[in-house]
Design a protein around this ligand. Structure first.
Ligand SMILES: Cc1ncc(COP(=O)(O)O)c(C=O)c1O
Length: 379
């Protein structure tokens, strides 16, 4: 039997992407920048609202880096960062010669725990250094506890960068993720809810900060007819071709969100009668997740000993991709010497959790194959 692979999350084109690319070719807008970049930025700006400006960049990682630069993070500074995330949330801190300080998650949203954050802020201040920024992540599309996080940000006067790489379209109290603080970031990497093949965006609070981001992203060219530079620059802008894909993807974003959410409800049904398996879901009506990835936690004490790894291997046997939840940053060899505040929430999520196929392009046949694995293992 040669079954095709069911991926966790694969690119899903709407059809019109090629139209925007062809227009770029017809007009010879192959060089960076051009009408697709402006159009994509406008589409994103209209979508996220809240008076935000958007700079289209080559990746979400680049967007975090430019946010840190604009917040003045430099050599020897400390930045508080959610531990339970992908390494790209934390890596740019080190690009600036700064040090990450990791914070545990809470159990409701799996995102930054406000109690641990407060503990971390106070401990670092006592230690002699007030952190320069807070990086909070809306992981798997689930909005973080933004009221509590922003309250601490105001109380201690530490700016927040919202990593909404996985959360385009998610809302907290009807406000889009990525728009709560001075800077938000988005990713259009190949596995995200929409993709530009590779790309990202910085969500800014003013025209001025957007302009600054674009300045740094295009090698920090001073306003002169010759090449003049007073700052270190980067080559971080999104190309006009990639932005063309983005414009086509924006036409199907709402539909992709609906389809990802449908996958979440499919798993809710599938696991409804299986004791010991918890499907990750919104804590209450304040939270609206795009359910970029559907995820479960498995408690072997309630499943007759079946654990996360047993499930992952059963899926693998049927050529179905699933993956353990993110390994927390404070447990990663590269960050082992960084300070950490909190308990074992992120660690136990890593031990017990599994991400399941969640793409907006999955078919009924794919869902049947997934169901059959679960039925077989639990019968
Ligand atoms: C939580 C999170 N932050 C940051 C990134 C970085 O985005 P990019 O791959 O576009 O650099 C990603 C995805 O790759 C991510 O999942």
């Amino acid at each position: 039997m040669n079954l095709s692979k069911i991926w966790l999350s694969s690119p899903h084109m709407g059809g019109n992407e090629i139209k925007y690319i062809n227009t770029a070719f017809d007009e010879n807008w192959i060089a960076p920048l051009g009408p697709n970049v402006n159009g994509f930025e406008q589409d994103l700006k209209d979508f996220i609202g809240n008076g935000k400006e958007v700079a289209a960049l080559s990746s979400g990682t680049a967007a975090i880096h430019l946010a840190l630069i604009q917040l003045g993070v430099g050599l020897g500074d400390e930045v508080l960062c959610q531990s339970f995330t992908f390494s790209a949330s934390a890596n740019p801190i080190t690009y600036q010669g700064a040090k990450p300080v990791f914070i545990d998650s809470e159990k409701q949203t799996w995102n930054m725990c406000p109690k641990a954050l407060k503990e971390g802020i106070e401990a670092r201040i006592k230690h002699g250094k007030k952190p320069k920024a807070i990086i909070v992540v809306h992981l798997y599309g689930m909005p973080a506890l933004m009221d509590e996080i922003m309250e601490l940000s105001t109380q201690y006067n530490i700016p927040v960068i919202e990593d909404a790489a996985e959360a385009l379209g998610s809302t907290y109290k009807n406000q889009k993720c990525g728009t709560f603080s001075n800077f938000g970031i988005l990713s259009f990497n190949g596995n995200k809810i929409i993709t530009t093949s590779g790309g990202g965006a910085l969500v800014c609070s003013s025209e001025e900060t957007k302009k600054k981001a674009v300045f740094y992203a295009t090698q920090s060219r001073d306003d002169a007819p010759h090449y003049q530079h007073s700052h270190i620059g980067y080559n971080y802008r999104l190309s006009n071709i990639s932005a063309g894909i983005g414009r086509g993807q924006m036409e199907v974003l709402e539909e992709h969100i609906e389809l990802r959410r449908k996958m979440h409800f499919f798993y809710k049904d599938l696991f409804a009668s299986i004791e010991g398996i918890q499907v990750f879901e919104e804590p209450n009506a304040d939270f609206y997740s795009n359910h970029w990835l559907s995820a479960i936690t498995v408690n072997p004490e309630l499943t007759n000993g079946i654990n996360r790894e047993d499930l992952r291997l059963a899926f693998e046997k049927e050529n179905i991709e699933s993956r353990p939840l993110w390994k927390p940053m404070h447990m990663q060899p590269i960050f082992k010497d960084c300070p950490y505040y909190g308990g074992n929430v992120a660690k136990s999520l890593f031990n017990e959790g599994l991400c399941l196929p969640s793409g907006s392009n999955l078919t009924d046949e794919d869902r049947n194959r997934i169901s059959n694995v679960i039925k077989k293992i639990f019968n």
